[in-house]
Ligand binder design. Structure first.
Ligand SMILES: [Fe+2]
Length: 305
């Protein structure tokens, strides 16, 4: 990885492929904004805006990801939890940290740093986001996938990250991806212990990380210590194109049709993309004319609900 050894995230410029899972190294483990004392203050600010997600350590790899906070609620405040994370028996995520002025600077710093490597092969970086995960010892992040491309970086503690190829239809069916892109539901994603054999496995220590393409299923198991992990995420022209097609295919399923997988019928995909893109543009024009805020996946930063 010599070509990019001076960057915050070391990515091999010559071999970087936006649709391939790959290891990375980084220089953020000592960053002052990623130390626990700073995260306690960030947790207070984000909690007041409803941007903290948490559950207890009782979750398993097969716990439905979307419902984990309801199934295993953790009721302590963010500040108290973070101050005693070694004993708290919980998983906590500070969401959309780019909505905080201080942390938006960090998100931009990191993604501006990696953009020269990404852009030539995957242009159109947008919808930038940052997510910080603070977890008690021996805690699991359930099996799930996300829409964004993701640089996931270990800051402190150790964890094992399992990632499956975004084209692996055993790990995640085409139907599960269609539904997820259409309405953010992950209920067609099913965990099975046998999936471990199919995964790319990273044993992450501080300074190490991985790059996961959009909708690569993943599951994480903490080591015997508390852990801090940060994800820097974004969409590109290609992820937005892929997402829109999956959402369109879900609509066809809703209408009783059985479309081929995204990418298998070029003409169908072209027609669907053109039609749905036009409909989205019309919706955004309507929102603007009514004085509403834009709601587009082409926004510069992830839109926090
Ligand atoms: Fe995730």
């Amino acid at each position: 990885m010599s070509a990019d050894a001076g960057r915050l995230i070391e990515v091999d410029r010559e071999t970087f492929d936006p649709w391939r899972i790959q290891p990375v190294r980084h220089r953020l483990a000592d960053h002052p904004l990623l130390q626990l004392s700073s995260l306690v203050e960030l947790g207070k600010r984000l909690e007041s805006r409803g941007r903290v997600r948490t559950h207890t350590s009782d979750v398993t790899p097969g716990t439905p990801f979307n419902n984990a906070p309801k199934l295993h609620p953790h009721r302590m405040s963010a500040a108290n939890t973070l101050q005693q994370i070694e004993q708290a028996r919980c998983w906590m995520s500070l969401l959309n940290v780019q909505t905080d002025d201080t942390y938006r600077t960090l998100v931009d710093h990191v993604l501006d740093d990696v953009k020269p490597v990404v852009d030539p092969v995957d242009p159109g970086m947008c919808y930038r986001g940052g997510w910080i995960f603070i977890t008690s010892p021996n805690t699991v992040t359930p099996f799930h996938f996300d829409k964004e491309h993701n640089f996931i970086l270990q800051v402190s503690g150790r964890k094992t990250l399992y990632v499956w190829d975004h084209r692996d239809t055993v790990a995640a069916s085409e139907e599960s991806r269609d539904r997820f892109h259409a309405c953010h539901e992950r209920d067609r994603l099913k965990w099975d212990e046998s999936l471990r054999e199919r995964a790319t496995v990273f044993h992450l220590e501080p300074g190490q990380g991985a790059y996961m393409p959009s909708t690569s299923p993943h599951m994480v198991e903490n080591g015997d210590n508390a852990s801090i992990t940060v994800s820097f995420t974004y969409y590109t022209r290609a992820t937005r194109h892929d997402s829109l097609l999956h959402a369109a295919h879900e609509r066809l399923r809703h209408w009783g049709m059985a479309p081929p997988a995204v990418g298998q019928n070029t003409l169908l995909d072209f027609l669907l993309h053109s039609g749905f893109r036009s409909a989205i543009h019309a919706r955004e024009l309507l929102r603007r004319s009514l004085g509403k805020r834009p709601n587009t996946d082409g926004a510069p930063y992830a839109i926090a609900s």
